[in-house]
Design a protein around this ligand. Sequence first.
Ligand code: ARG
Length: 589
Amino acid sequence: MEKFLELISKEMQSAFEDAGYDAALGKVTLSNRPDLCEFQCNGAMAGAKKYHKAPLVIANEAADKLKESAVFSQVDVAPPGFLNLKVSDKFLQDFLQKMSESDKFGLQMPEKPKKIIVDYGGPNVAKPLHVGHLRPAIIGESVKRICRYAGHDVLGDIHLGDWGLQMGLIITELKLREPDLVYFDENYEGEYPKEAPFTISELEEIYPTASAKSKSDADYKAKAMEDTFKLQNGVRGYRALWKHILNVSVADLKKNYDNLKVDFDLWKGESDVHDIIPVMVENMKKGGYAYESDGALVVDVKEESDAKEIPPCIILKSDGAALYNTTDLATIMDRMDKYAPDKLIYVTDKRQDLYFEQIFRCARKTGLVKPETELMHIGFGTMNGKDGKPFKTRDGGVMRLEMLLNDINEEMYKKIAENKTMDDKEAKKTAEVVALSAVKYGDLSNQASKDYIFDVERFTSFEGDTGPYILYTIVRIKSILNKYNEQKNVANPEIEIRPAENEAQKALMLQIAQFNAMLEAAYEEAAPHRICAYIYDLANAFNSFYHETRILTEQDEDKKAGWISLLMLTKEVLETCIDLLGFSAPERM
Ligand code: ARG
């Protein structure tokens, strides 16, 4: 379906044309004087210079052509030449009716869907998820869902950190603690046990211990590096042990991401590209892109137009070891090879902005991607505590994600239990659903690149620009619909949307009508905050309408049914939007 603003612009453009002016002058925008009009067109002012005429004259001539307009019910000319507009109730009604009958509320599907890979999450194996993993998970999940809804073929890849020194550290520490494990017997040729020799809690203790030791003990670190090398070079027992680390850790990660309603199509990791690094390096050398500099192998990525210095991409260190970016580049090669994506989107901390600039340039320059392959980095800001500093536990430590979610669930449960509208079991479940909306909306309603303050009190409030407020609105609509169905004894009345009866209803309808334009922008900019802004306005518009209108006690059954279909559409749009943000609404709260 065409976008609402485009449709009404077209009408205005024909009016300008009919009056003998350039059609382009007829561009219509949202009104910045909502007290006067719903939309406006400032084209007459722009035309004044070109046609050497007073803007008022041009505006009046265009307005004259709109006397019979089916689109506008009001075309007022205001000095010096503004066109203040209101759309006709019938036109708006028809648009919404069509929207409610269309797939995805009339969102235009791409002619040729793109293959998109979203790289997000990026946790490291054997380390518990902490608050730093919250933003990439929440933003990445939403971006993935938005791309998919926009009609593209999308894969989410977790890109596990499963290959570096951290693996060697765990192996070294295990060997120290349990030297008799069969994995360390170099002469062993049989099958290795199916059961891992540790649990997730043991693993989560082993890693930090080993990491701390390696920082104060050079011998220990040397051993860990040697063990990393052995693992990467395929020593059988080490590989078997590593598989156990991976399995135990991934099972735990899945559980945690499940709680966040975040799921990945691909559980690939850095280790998956280990074997293709030599091929990639060879190609970069052969192509004349990679050269030796101070013993390291590098690719220059600076460009003439750079305002600041962009350092070369280091492909291999002087000892021949691969780096973080080597893996990322090899992963690009692997993805192009296996999935041929048209677009790659990365969601990481914005402190990696320069890093991704280097990677993207290097990938283009060395031909890892096609010239038309889109590469996008979404760099997000820091999640701060109320003190404005990066979010920490009360004693200043790194907070585990699980703890953070437990705290907010607890807070939400208190609020819901206070209302005493449901039994304890339902209250617990509902609290989890609402708490997730609080966390996700609190994050996503900010532009991703900005820092924000994680404020539990504000995020869990049922009022204001919060997730719970949006859910509360949906639950309110659900409750009206249920009551209506009880009155009528029919589910889903086959009634169409009717023209607005009052200003509040019209405002609600106008807000709904923005859906496809909003979603298109959210996709183009990979910007979930656009959806948040839209549903906050939509929820407000609905609540104003609700407070002004006695829906269920209305005597005129047709009128009532018309409202009910408007409510159904509002609910569907809201539910679709929150699903794109990665949360859902309970039945009641
Ligand atoms: N595992 C990395 C870390 O913990 C993040 C990975 C981000 N994604 C990427 N493709 N580099 O810092």
